[in-house]
Design a protein around this ligand. Structure first.
Ligand code: AMP
Ligand code: MN
Ligand code: MN
Ligand code: MN
Length: 301
């Protein structure tokens, strides 16, 4: 971990830099989008795991932040919550996720972008439902909507419905057969989204005084050449950093991501992308940043 001089930073930064490894998680989901836990249960789990600093980064919604913060205050929980969001953007026909941190969640421009993204989500969900109905699943939209409740509706909700009703044997197959897009090939119920651009997302978070990292660069279905193009575009759009540490990365992937940060002078972030308890990863596990990178929280002075 690259430790910063704590004297220059407010208490929260001191707290993060003071941790003896593994007690930070800057990418998590709750049932306000496609996570399975409530914000309160997520906070309890994080406290159990002795996580000092957590960001809730639900898809295109800020709804979980206040709920979690109220709970932390009520319970006097020993954890610091950072405002967070994962914004979906479109670039060159690819869906790219951007994680914003430590922003003013009452900023009008950011709230407007969130409203637009919510409308795009709702419209896309309706069209996905129509396509799935044509595939023989007439109730898919209603069931997915019910499972999303008041939260942000995602393809993961549709995938769970198809899985729960036995139409596919895994969530992955729901994406492979119906909801996903691999390279330039779309599946039967894929709907081209109308997300904002990378520039718009970065700008909205910056206007709200936050920082922006590109989420999970290793997970996009891009060749090395296209990933570089994406990183160059992100950098030109004033993006601040890359999420270079996720659970289940191999050493070579870790090294490649570290190299991109150094080569393009970008900060580094780390997070589990926790959605639900499973046996492969959990909150705050294996999330130590490598030496030599500038952590994204260095921007939060
Ligand atoms: P959306 O933002 O509506 O496009 O939904 C994408 C969400 O679905 C992601 O955030 C993941 O949580 C989940 N997801 C995407 N691809 C897969 C996959 N292949 N298997 C399981 N879940 C996936
Ligand atoms: Mn998700
Ligand atoms: Mn994502
Ligand atoms: Mn995520």
């Amino acid at each position: 971990m690259a430790l910063l001089s704590t004297t220059d930073f407010p208490l929260i930064i001191e707290k993060i830099n003071d941790f003896s490894h593994g007690r930070i998680d800057l990418h998590t989901h709750t049932h306000c989008s496609d996570g399975s836990l409530s914000p309160q249960t997520l906070i309890d789990r994080a406290v159990n795991y002795q996580i000092d600093v957590i960001a809730i980064t639900d898809h295109d919604t800020l709804a979980g932040i206040d709920i979690a913060q109220r709970y932390i205050t009520e319970q006097n929980s020993p954890i610091t919550l950072i405002s967070g969001v994962e914004i979906s953007a479109v670039w060159q026909n690819f869906e790219i996720h951007l994680v914003g941190h430590n922003f003013d969640k009452n900023n009008d421009q950011l709230l407007q972008l969130i409203t637009n993204q919510q409308q795009a989500r709702e419209q896309r969900a309706v069209t996905i439902g129509e396509k799935l109905a044509k595939c023989g699943f007439p109730d898919a939209y209603d069931d997915a909507k019910k499972s999303a409740g008041a939260g942000s509706i995602t393809r993961a909700h549709f995938a769970r419905v198809l899985f729960a009703q036995g139409h596919v044997s895994t969530m992955q197959k729901a994406f492979d057969q119906y909801l996903g897009k691999k390279g330039r090939t779309s599946q039967k119920a894929y709907v081209k989204p109308t997300w904002c651009s990378i520039e718009q997302a970065v700008n909205a978070i910056h206007v709200a005084s936050g920082s922006v990292v590109m989420a999970h660069p290793i997970r996009y279905d891009l060749t090395a050449k296209w990933l570089r193009r994406l990183i160059v575009h992100f950098k030109e759009s004033a993006g601040d950093g890359l999420e270079i540490v996720l659970p289940q990365m191999n050493p070579q992937q870790r090294q490649t991501m570290l190299n991109y940060c150094l080569e393009y002078d970008l900060h580094a972030s780390t997070g589990s992308d926790f959605h639900q308890p499973n046996k492969w990863s959990d909150l705050g596990k294996n999330l130590i940043l490598p030496d030599g990178v500038k952590p994204v929280w260095a921007l939060w002075s």
